[in-house]
Design a protein around this ligand. Sequence first.
Ligand code: ZN
Length: 173
Amino acid sequence: MEQSAALLVIDMLNDFVLPGAPLEVPKAREIIPAIRKRIDDAHKAGIPVIYVCDAHGRDDPEFKIWPPHAVKGSEGARIIDDLAPGASDLILEKTTYSAFFGTDLERILRERGITKLILVGILTNICVFFTAADAVMRGFEVEVPRDSVASTSDEEHRFALAQMEKVLRVSIT
Ligand code: ZN
């Protein structure tokens, strides 16, 4: 990972990852070790680690589409213990699928001279996908390591990876 990169850890929150969670993504638990290693490697290499986390209001419009989840300040909105952020990591709250929408992410990246994003977390076809799309449209280079993203089904996972590669020129590694 080069110095101008940042690692974005997307939505690895209790409400998506823990067994029985409101929006449980069972496959999310399988990618924890790979993400843990990427975070550790980024720390060693001095690469910024930015956690991007759903943080919804109690009557968030998204709850018309999904059951209530990741309500701001709740236990469910917390990052899972296995991937607890380090002191130097940034945590950015978002209210919809893209990490760029209504957040300071672009300013933070530009200020630090970051030109490349490595996206890990969930779901491949939703928050990872829309964040990748917004990043590419803003001129960032994007890499998605396939062992560090997951979705509810293999079909959605595979389609999203293929779509990102073909339409966005995301580097799927
Ligand atoms: Zn959400």
